[in-house]
Design a protein around this ligand. Sequence first.
Ligand SMILES: Nc1ncnc2c1ncn2[C@@H]1O[C@H](COP(=O)(O)OP(=O)(O)OP(=O)(O)O)[C@@H](O)[C@H]1O
Ligand SMILES: Cc1cn([C@H]2C[C@H](O)[C@@H](COP(=O)(O)O)O2)c(=O)[nH]c1=O
Length: 761
Amino acid sequence: MSRSAPLGAPGEARSVLANRPFRRLWISLSLSSLGDWLSLLAMMSLAVILTQGSAPLVQYFAVSGVVALKLAPTIVLSPLAGLLVDRVDRRLTMVVGDILRGALYISIPIVGDLWWLLAATFLAEIVALFWTPAKDATVPGLVPKKQLEEANRLGLLTTYGTAPVAAGLFAALASVSSLLGGLIPSMGVPEADIALYINGVTFFIAAAVVWGLPVPKREARAGAAPPAPPAPQQVPQVDPNERTAPIPDPNARTAEIPASGDPIAATVEAPALPDPVEQAAEQARAKAAAKAEREKNRFRPENVFRTIWTDRRHAGATPLMRGLFLGMLGVFAAGGAVVGVARVLVERLGAGNAGFGVLFCAVFAGMAFGMFIGQRILRDFSRRRLFALSIGVSGLALLLTGLIPNLVMAAVLTSVVGVGAGIAWVIGLTVIGHEVEDDLRGRAFAFLHAAARIVLLVSAAVGPLVAGVIGDHRIQVRELGYDFLGTGAVLIITALLVLVVAFVSYRQVAEETEVSLFTELAAALRGVPVAVEKDEERLPGTFIVLEGGEGAGKSTQAGQLSVWLRDEGFEVVPTREPGSTKLGMRLRALLLDKEHTGMSPRAEALLYAADRADHVGEVILPALRRGAIVISDRYIDSTLAYQGAGRELDAAEIERVNAWATDGLTPHLTVLLDLPPDEGLARLGGSTDRIESESAEFHGRVRKGFRELAERDPGRYLVLDAREPQEQILREIQRRVRPLLPDPVPQDAEAITGMMPIIKD
Ligand SMILES: Nc1ncnc2c1ncn2[C@@H]1O[C@H](COP(=O)(O)OP(=O)(O)OP(=O)(O)O)[C@@H](O)[C@H]1O
Ligand SMILES: Cc1cn([C@H]2C[C@H](O)[C@@H](COP(=O)(O)O)O2)c(=O)[nH]c1=O
């Protein structure tokens, strides 16, 4: 049983965007990103156009030069610029940066020369070196700390999400421009030029938006020094490093420093004879603490190489990590190779900028689609296997793209490359998120992102060079001719590498299981979890769980459902958590006794899991093995809702512990009785136990947690409004349960004997 961690709810994004200053910055960032992608496309295209008629190698070099000049400076030099940018006004840096970049891009088509194209690309990237850290440092000053993660996520979304939009826009521009050029020859302005003009304008608009931003003044910003603690007045200032500091008098009454470490409090408590050495030491401590705080809050520009060096151990910590990192970087290499050679490839295939835009859009749109469906497709298939498999699919699609020199096929196949990459990326991120401990997770992701950027840069810049060195060849076998293109060769080489990566990563990542890849895949394609198929051989019973908040009516429905099923001729085992075994009863008493208010959330989660392990072993499994229908009032999802959402423990960790406790036993059906917590608690009345007496916020989170679980697994869940009359709720449950039930009389027996159903109870 595997569930994904939520990837940032739309509600969270909305609340961050409700913050006006951040929204404005985000809009400006989106415009700049759109302009950036548009300019990358336009400049790669211009590099090809401006070198038309030159030797193919020159053309390849020109494209590679654009990619290298566009991507390298931000990676290599950004730490340097970051140091400078922390010393100047950030808003001014962003505004001037946007205006300069806009002007540079507009100048490229006006000058219309390859060298200026390369020079302007480089200069614009140098400007971006200042703009990006200024923007990164501004965000924490605009949003509250708890929204920072979501704000960064939104930033990433626009950085990469604008790529397909820019590509679509570029393709549309190319089509419109060639249409106009066909109709009125004098109107045929090259689309790359138009794209660069549009790009310039997006930067000017972004500058105007940023100009109106209320960026806090330096002192108030996260990076600014906190005000120095006021110095104690009655004590002479002593430098702790000063050699002439007075020697303490051992007989003097010493001023006691309170636990708070507040030097003023210290002087107030012992005003008569303050110890100058203690005071000096205290001042030094306060100074050091202030310095440490300043250091902690100081904006540090990202140093890609240092990040990779210092955090490399996260990538090699375990075979699983190695496999994940290798696979994800392989995927980036594939993406980079496609981006690098795409413009020359479409040129060789006889298509112009429209084809280039389509190809670019196909990769990124495919990637976005892959990320969207990554956690949703083949729900019953192991995510880890799917990770490696999707890299393999990307590799195969890339291989075919290289082998088949046809634009339509290339568009379809590169979108498949993108889908595979997107699936692998999102699964990889989720698994790393689950596997790496909380405090190391940030470093692991930092390593991944830094390494991915380098891999992308290298493969996008080196790809065209290799293609140029290999060159284009026509292979003629009698009347059959085949164009073997340098670009195709690069794609084939990259594809073979990606396939090797997929294989190695599969070996490292996939769980050890007796179920073969193909058996599991075939079962998942039919929509049947292979584990359930296996279990069904051993466990002929049916497992139904009722979930919901306090007083939702679970016991009522469990009782009525049991009566109905018994009437239908089944052996029914109604049960509940916690407390259905001898040990469980003791655990229930411990868990619900108000004496234990303040129990640590982890201990609480483990006690519920212990009860569950006993419950499964002693009651549920034996009943399922007999073929009975087990109806349990609460199961694992209660822990996910109460201890996960309610106590805010990590859901993935709870899942892992419970999967182990229950040996992966998952219900066939979970009925969620949904009810506002206050109504449920009002139904119970009387005294409350330890969990019932939690705050309204806690119960609100529990309800939300249940609903999210149900949304994520609609196949297993039936969600009902618990405010409906009991009889109606029962009818809904019966309707859903009926198809799950085994025939009380085996079909063959019925055919032979024609007997009445056997009552198993
Ligand atoms: N659909 C309903 N409408 C109104 N009241 C109901 C409904 N279903 C159950 N009740 C009443 O609500 C109260 C709580 O019901 P029940 O004990 O079944 O809830 P529960 O979910 O098992 O509670 P707990 O959280 O304590 O396990 C009972 O008095 C029951 O009669
Ligand atoms: C299984 C389980 C239960 N709880 C909480 C939920 C309830 O407040 C009590 C159980 O009592 P009830 O009779 O079902 O109302 O325990 C929990 O917090 N976590 C769990 O895993």
